[in-house]
Write a protein that binds this ligand. Structure first.
Ligand code: NAD
Length: 352
């Protein structure tokens, strides 16, 4: 067995159908008494439901969460939190809303209670991102790790099917890269394999009946495990490529992860046979990259970057940006095979 160092982040998780009802208890459990509820405009109704549950513990609702957390929106939310005397942020939504909570927590040092409604996993990480002047800066800070997380599958029932599937693939990507992380450990690998297994079982069931509550539960359970892996170990080629494509070419987050994942795994597979075996076992396929590619196309998810709006003429620049910022990867990053990977991902070809 490989040597390892294992450090766990403090984590409090309340999981189950209807558990959103415990939000007031959770706010009190983190030592707070005035919660600012955050959401995007389309999720206002869910936020109002949470606000009602908070009763006298409610400071207000702010429906200003936006993709990529622009600095202006972070400032506005911080000002409002201060004005209302909020001592806690309750984030009801996906990675964008939890990201706004993190932007407040970073300055005001108030705890976050997260109620995730997608599978992106931000609620389990100390990673934050704020966009200023067109550049998304990310960082790590223990203050932004939510102190309590309520996973209630009922709140994911309204997540549209297409978004649910790509969000599930986004979660699988965290676990897949976690399985070959340089700072990986056996506990995170167990969580990663189990997280992929749960999502690979739940996603086809959601595709058949998007109101299947058991399948929704299974996916949210998988998302929790995959998000935990993202929060504990380092990511490599796949996440860096998606960051480049999202940040520099404005491609949608979860869809980009869905398209790139099989190709990034194929690139790394010669250097990571054990991880590939575990991913393949978790999805019930004989080959991890091909199996994930097939799963995406069978379930009607996007499989080509060209369908996400990337121009073929952007591929050289994407490759250059991806090469310009060196980072650890299990297989050295080289220009020609990386460019070939991007070409295949752009065309939607089989991973190889
Ligand atoms: P999102 O939060 O941007 O949500 C996408 C849309 O779906 C929004 O309009 C949202 O309101 C809507 N939505 C979410 N849940 C819904 C539901 N249950 N019913 C109906 N509508 C719903 O998407 P996301 O993929 O969750 O998050 C992506 C963002 O999160 C990216 O900016 C990414 O960088 C960030 N992220 C950060 C981390 C981290 O650790 N810091 C981890 C993962 C993702």
């Amino acid at each position: 067995m490989k040597d390892f160092l294992y450090t766990a982040h403090p984590s409090r998780v309340v999981f189950g159908s209807g558990k959103v009802a415990s939000v007031r208890d959770e706010v009190e459990a983190v030592g707070s008494s005035r919660a600012l509820v955050l959401c995007t405009p389309p999720q206002r109704a869910q936020a109002e439901m949470v606000a009602d549950l908070l009763g006298s513990r409610l400071a207000g609702i702010h429906d200003g969460a936006e993709m990529h957390v622009p600095i202006e929106s972070a400032r506005k939310a911080r000002e409002l939190a201060a004005e209302l005397g909020a001592d806690c942020a309750v984030a009801v939504g996906g990675g964008s809303t939890i990201g706004l909570g993190k932007a407040i927590a970073l300055e005001a040092t108030i705890p976050i209670v997260a109620i995730p409604t997608t599978y992106a996993g931000s609620e389990m990480t100390p990673i934050y991102g704020i966009t200023e002047g067109g550049l998304k800066k990310t960082g790590k800070d223990a203050r932004v790790l939510p102190r309590s997380v309520i996973y209630d599958p009922d709140l994911t029932m309204s997540l549209p099917l297409g978004m649910s599937l790509v969000s599930g693939m986004n979660a699988i990507a965290h676990a897949a890269e976690g399985l070959y992380a340089r700072d990986g450990n056996p506990v995170m690998s167990l969580m990663a394999e189990e997280g992929i297994r749960a999502l690979a079982e739940g996603m086809p069931r959601i595709a058949e009946a998007s109101d299947d509550r058991q399948a929704r539960s299974l996916c949210l359970y998988g998302a929790w495990l995959c998000g935990t892996v993202l929060g504990h170990v380092g990511m490599s080629l796949h996440h860096k490529l998606c960051h480049t494509l999202g940040g520099s070419f404005n491609l949608p987050h979860a869809e980009t992860h869905t398209v790139v994942l099989p190709h990034a795994l194929a690139y790394n597979s010669p250097a990571t046979p054990e991880a590939m075996d575990r991913i393949a076992r978790a999805i019930g396929a004989s080959d991890a990259p091909v199996g994930l590619h097939r799963m995406a196309s069978d379930l009607g998810m996007p499989t080509a970057l060209r369908d996400l709006g990337l121009k073929e003429s952007d591929l050289d620049r994407a490759c250059e940006i991806a090469l310009s910022n060196p980072y650890w990867n299990p297989r050295p990053i080289e220009a020609a095979p990386l460019r070939a990977l991007l070409q295949r991902a752009w065309e939607g070809a089989q991973p190889q």
